[in-house]
Design a protein around this ligand. Structure first.
Ligand SMILES: NC(=O)c1ccc[n+]([C@@H]2O[C@H](COP(=O)([O-])OP(=O)(O)OC[C@H]3O[C@@H](n4cnc5c(N)ncnc54)[C@H](OP(=O)(O)O)[C@@H]3O)[C@@H](O)[C@H]2O)c1
Length: 251
């Protein structure tokens, strides 16, 4: 399939995980992508793997300075884009007692301010007929101990899906969200847990997933690209849940 022939995408946080898988699949289907990540090393490695139809920009979603430069940096490569996947981010978890202001600001700056101002800055180069997907999470639907700040930040992003959709309808830009379950990525790498602790956490998590396995990044990429494609031409202001049912099935 060549659904994205002659189309351009920006994927924030495209160096790994679901962002990288989405970039790879977008290119496989004929498109070109601009990815972002926090370091020259991760961005260069990803671009090397993605090949000539990719372009990398070092840009931190938690830095307003970086976000306000992003449009100019993208325009050095392309003038207009067809798809924006606002995906950059990670989880960090804390009990209410242990959370400090830094923990709160880190997650809200990156996930909430980062998402809002990335969309604001990229909007001027989005075509009529283009679309946006915001990355939320199944954690907005359930209560999980130690997730209060991360879940609240993702809930704010979920709220943007509706408000952005309402405001961007007249520009011909569709806005939707992807709500992922537990996916096999580097999500735990920023949590401060060591390899043994990550293994133990996953051993606790997997039995709670209805399919008893983590999702693969490509399973998210396929859903994101469905929302980006013409097949989703009547889908606007909603969230597609791709979580093996964990947000609705108990037991
Ligand atoms: N994995 C899950 O179970 C899960 C579930 C629901 C939602 N999510 C969400 O999915 C998104 C992608 O995460 P992932 O699971 O694919 O994890 P991942 O494998 O760690 O990928 C995260 C990506 O985001 C980039 N990134 C992280 N912080 C950034 C920042 N401040 N500025 C710019 N880029 C940044 C990373 O690039 P660099 O390292 O190069 O900076 C990497 O490309 C996140 O928003 C996460 O909250 C994950």
């Amino acid at each position: 399939m060549q659904r994205f022939k002659n189309k351009y995408a920006i994927i924030t946080g495209g160096t790994n995980g679901m962002g990288f898988a989405t970039a790879q699949q977008f290119i496989n289907e004929g498109g070109k992508v601009v990815i972002t990540g926090r370091s020259d090393e991760t961005v260069s490695k990803a671009v090397e793997k993605l090949g000539e139809n990719s372009h990398g920009i070092v840009s931190n979603a938690g830095s307003m300075h970086d976000i306000f430069k992003l449009q100019e940096q993208v325009k050095q490569y392309i003038d207009t884009i067809d798809f924006l996947f606002v995906n950059a981010g990670y989880g960090r978890f804390s009990s209410i007692e242990d959370a400090n202001e830094n923990h709160f600001d880190e997650l809200f700056n990156m996930l909430v301010k980062g998402t809002f101002f990335t969309v604001q800055q990229i909007l001027p180069i989005m075509k009529n007929g283009s679309s946006i997907v915001l990355n939320t999470s199944f954690v907005t639907e359930i209560g999980t101990a130690n997730f209060s700040v991360y879940s609240a930040a993702k809930s704010a992003v979920k709220s943007f899906i509706k408000t952005f959709a309402s405001e961007l309808t007249e520009k011909g830009i569709r806005v939707n969200g992807i709500s992922s379950g537990h996916i096999k990525t580097n999500i735990f790498n920023n949590t401060g847990l060591n390899a043994d602790q990550i293994k133990a956490a996953l051993e606790g998590i997997i039995p709670t997933i209805p399919f008893k396995r983590l999702g693969e990044p490509i399973e998210i990429a396929n859903s994101v690209l469905f929302l980006a494609s013409d097949e989703a031409s009547y889908i606007h202001g909603t969230e597609l849940t791709v979580d093996a049912g964990i947000s609705v099935i108990r037991g």
